[in-house]
Ligand binder design. Structure first.
Ligand code: GDP
Length: 362
């Protein structure tokens, strides 16, 4: 039923899964995000907006052109993947949505040379507790001595072109990671051997430097989302927007603004919103919704461009009065035609949840 007609789809729609990248410092989280962003820009048509505020959207057609034969767009009806640009588990734990992690799915980056490190274990612990599905990106495969690189190649092709000796070295490093995952109670295997990604963690060999394995990584993330998370991605796009504050920022000409990730519904440029604050929830009216302007136009104008509305999942900057007390990690809700007091109470309840979780983490 991938091509159900638009009547039966409306107003329920499938949103983009939200992806977070975790892992030990220097294992390559930022490089991997940069590589994915770079590939998406190259594959995208001129002017296609893939850069959101605080996040990078990689639409299905772009996933498919990066992944080549590994992703046939006809097999999918999820619209793509939305990567949160701030890597690391600090942002992962502070970014919550009602009932759990803001990210629907995660990539745990492990340097094949360095193996498991303290922050790898911490990240695993967080993923376990939040029950977030994840895959492991075994990164820096290009550093295996003797590696013969083929830029942006799927793993199978580049692996086949290595000498036996190099293949053997990589295999050893990958099995070490699989062993470490098993020690931590996660049954894991190389991703092409995994049948059920709910039971087993897939390990994807990659290089954030050369792009090798990145097609596989995107294909696995897309496949896993489509297979296991489709129901969770069903939202009422026309409903009042719901999101989480990524960052509170002063912006020239706009005062204090909030960068948010919207994970449900729609926010419009004239909506009344309730935002979690350091004291009471903030009730305010959106003054502008801002997206990054495409690079080519930046020279003359402001860095941002105003949009009338945006629907989940998306990253967007919201300019509004009275945001001085807003907090990273706090909820944002559009009021719409509902009773303001009800919405304020919802935001208060979510803030109380966050406070309890933070206290538990000690
Ligand atoms: P983060 O702290 O996890 O975000 O790690 P970074 O992305 O900043 O990477 C740490 C260092 O590892 C940088 O010097 C990167 O250039 C390097 N690096 C990251 N990925 C790769 C890779 O796949 N291959 C190689 N050779 N170096 C990498």
């Amino acid at each position: 039923d991938t091509n159900s007609d638009s009547d039966s789809r409306d107003p329920t729609s499938l949103r983009t899964p939200i992806v977070a990248v975790l892992g030990h410092v220097d294992h390559g989280k930022t490089s991997l995000l940069d590589k994915i962003r770079g590939s998406a820009v190259i594959e995208g048509e001129a002017g296609a907006i893939t850069q959101h505020i605080g996040a990078t959207a990689v639409p299905l057609d772009i996933v498919s052109s990066i992944a080549g034969d590994l992703v046939d767009p006809d097999d999918f009806d999820l619209p793509g993947l939305l990567f949160i640009d701030t890597p690391g588990h600090h942002s992962f734990t502070t970014l919550r949505s009602r009932g759990g992690a803001l990210a629907d799915i995660a990539i745990l980056v492990v340097d094949v040379n360095d193996g498991f490190q303290p922050q790898t274990l911490e990240a695993l612990d967080i993923l376990r507790r939040s029950e977030t599905p994840f895959i492991v990106a075994a990164n820096k495969i290009d550093t295996v001595p003797g590696w013969d690189e083929t830029e942006d190649s799927p793993i199978n092709a580049t692996y086949e072109s290595q000498t036996d000796r190099v293949q053997g070295r990589l295999d050893e490093q990958l099995y070490e990671i699989i062993g470490n995952l098993s020690d931590e109670g996660f049954s894991a295997d190389l991703y092409w051997r995994v049948q059920n990604f709910q039971r087993n963690v897939g390990v994807v060999p990659v290089s954030a430097m050369t792009g090798e394995g990145v097609p596989d990584l995107l294909a696995v993330m897309m496949g896993l989302s489509q297979r296991y998370m489709k129901e969770e991605m069903e939202i009422d796009v026309t409903g009042p927007g719901v999101g989480t504050v990524l960052e509170v920022k002063e912006e020239k000409g706009f005062g204090k603004t909030i960068d948010i990730v919207l994970y449900d519904g729609t926010i419009k440029a004239d909506d009344q919103i309730v935002v979690g604050g350091q004291n009471d929830p903030i009730v305010t009216d959106v003054r502008a919704l801002l997206q990054p302007r495409p690079l080519a136009e930046i020279r003359t104008e402001s860095r941002f461009e105003k949009v009338d509305e945006v629907s989940a999942a998306a990253g967007i900057k919201v300019a509004a009065p009275d945001l001085g007390d807003a907090m990273a990690g706090a909820p944002v809700r559009v009021v719409c035609d509902r009773d303001l007091e009800d919405v304020v109470r919802e935001v208060e309840a979510e803030l109380a949840d966050i406070a309890v979780d933070t206290a538990e983490e000690g």
